[in-house]
Design a binder for this molecule. Structure first.
Ligand SMILES: Cc1ncc(COP(=O)(O)O)c(C=O)c1O
Length: 483
């Protein structure tokens, strides 16, 4: 059964009818597509179609899309799978809108992706937060422990669901099986943002996917760590604890009524590719990464994150590379490797680079990065002499300020706001988050009330040169608060 690609079959059959397209999209199977760009898209434009007889309907599938989703469910280990054309962003929104009615409570990671925080606003839900562990040496949030989930559940017996991000951006997993047992033991739903883990089902050396470990709903950005088109993703469901009808309603609300058939085809084709050849491809890439890691470990001044204390798995396809030992900060290292070696990273911060590999990478690509890092290491003496690596390290561990939630995030978004100087923010209700980066864990979120301890702490962070995200004013001289 896995040898079929129903979306491709349906599109092929359609083309064989020599169709006259008296329907949208207006480029009419490529004829009218802008001339300068058309050669880049080539044949693909003939497949950029819409819901036509024989091509099924994403929102009420009964043909090729339904079959493709069923094959995906079988392959990824779920009971039902929904194709998404709005990324994991749409999946996170649909999951949270399904789990929470206005005013209801949900437990989410404090450092969740912005789509999760936005979904809380849309749902009018009341969030309470899980605090991840922090790796002080590497400056990143890591796993969320079972004990932390238990604490949050005990403090919030009314919560409808617990949501986790696993793996994190840096590839660090939480103990989903143990957390699922804890969450289900109290009759709640477990939702997992597995945006960065779509490849987990295809190799035994990778962490196990959350859908196989007991989560109820799991979203995956198939476009991130597998090879579907950008913006395409999947939502997997299992165990029937959630309201499926409500989920389909919410998916219909957050997704376009004109889904891209190129995206849908890519999801189906990637499922097929991984089911038939995925293990071999991953195996080759994993071997190349092992060789590369050994080489990097021989370079002095560079350290690769290994996740030694993490028991639930770390994704070997993510390399979190600490460069400060070279006397360079991450931004300078990124710029050097981009300008001199044509290497583009997923991200950089004061002390690190994040390289993301996938099953599409072989020894050739891994070696190119290793060579680039060797070049960095060889020019180390110059960096050290220039003092370029001097930076202000944030102070870890970052304290958790348990703040009063004076307004729902929804009300904080819609309420009138004004800017005030940080030093007079005590007692005011935040209208925007303040997120020191690293480690990217918000100190205050919309709807929470500033305390004098928090204001003092933020002033200290500013003095040591910390960077912030989330605020309109990046220097955090001013913050937005509710009128
Ligand atoms: C943890 C996490 N969740 C969700 C998303 C959103 O995914 P998408 O870009 O597929 O909408 C991202 C994107 O970076 C992410 O890092």
């Amino acid at each position: 059964m896995n040898s079929r690609i129903p979306m491709l079959e349906a599109l092929r059959v359609h083309l064989q009818t020599n169709p006259l397209p008296l329907h949208v999209p207006g480029h009419k199977m490529g004829r009218g597509f802008p001339m300068d760009a058309a050669p880049w898209l080539g044949q693909a434009l003939r497949l950029d179609l819409t819901e036509l007889p024989g091509l099924d309907d994403l929102h009420q599938p009964s043909g090729a899309i339904r079959e493709a989703q069923e094959l995906a469910a079988e392959t990824f280990g779920s009971e039902e799978t929904y194709f998404l054309v709005g990324g994991s962003t749409a999946g996170n929104m649909a999951m949270i809108l399904t789990a929470c009615r206005p005013g209801e409570s949900i437990i989410i990671p404090r450092n969740a992706h912005k789509s999760v925080h936005n979904a809380i606003v849309l749902a009018g839900a009341r969030p309470t937060y899980l605090y991840p562990e922090v790796d002080r040496q590497f400056g990143i949030p890591t796993e969320i422990t079972v004990q932390e989930v238990r604490r949050a559940l005990e403090e919030n017996p009314d919560a409808q669901a617990v949501m986790l991000t696993s793996p994190t951006y840096q590839g660090i997993c939480s103990d989903i099986a143990a957390i699922a047992a804890e969450v289900h033991g109290r009759g709640k739903l477990l939702l997992v943002d597995e945006a960065h883990g779509a490849h987990f089902s295809f190799h035994e050396k990778l962490p196990v996917s959350a859908i196989r470990l007991g989560a109820d709903l799991v979203v995956q950005s198939t476009h991130k760590m597998l090879g579907s088109l950008t913006g395409s993703a999947m939502l997997h469901g299992k165990h029937g604890r959630y309201d499926g009808e409500r989920l389909r309603t919410m998916l219909g609300m957050v997704q376009t009524s004109s889904p891209s058939y190129l995206m849908l085809l890519s999801l189906d084709a990637v499922r097929h590719e991984m089911a038939t050849r995925g293990r071999g491809l991953l195996d080759e890439a994993l071997e190349a990464l092992d060789v590369g890691r050994n080489e990097v470990n021989k370079l002095s001044g560079l350290t690769l994150y290994e996740g030694k204390n993490i028991t639930s798995g770390v994704d070997p396809f993510k390399w979190w590379i600490q460069v400060e030992g070279l006397g360079l900060n991450g931004f300078d290292a990124e710029e050097l490797l981009r300008a001199r070696k044509g290497i583009f990273f997923e991200m950089a911060d004061e002390a690190h680079l994040l390289a993301v590999f996938s099953y599409a990478d072989t020894q050739k690509q891994v070696n190119r990065l290793v060579e680039g890092l060797r070049f960095l290491a060889e020019t180390r003496a110059d960096h050290l002499a220039s003092g370029a690596g001097k930076r202000n390290r944030p102070v870890f561990p970052q304290p958790h300020f348990r703040l009063e939630q004076a307004a729902l995030p929804k009300d904080a978004l819609h309420g009138l706001r004004r800017r005030v100087k940080l030093e007079v923010a005590t007692g005011q209700v935040a209208a925007e988050p303040v997120i020191p980066y690293p480690p990217g864990i918000p100190l205050i979120l919309p709807g929470e009330r500033y305390t004098s301890e928090l204001v003092e702490y933020l002033q200290g962070m500013k003095q040591i040169g910390a960077r912030f995200q989330g605020t309109v004013d990046p220097t955090v001289e001013y913050v937005r608060v509710l009128e």
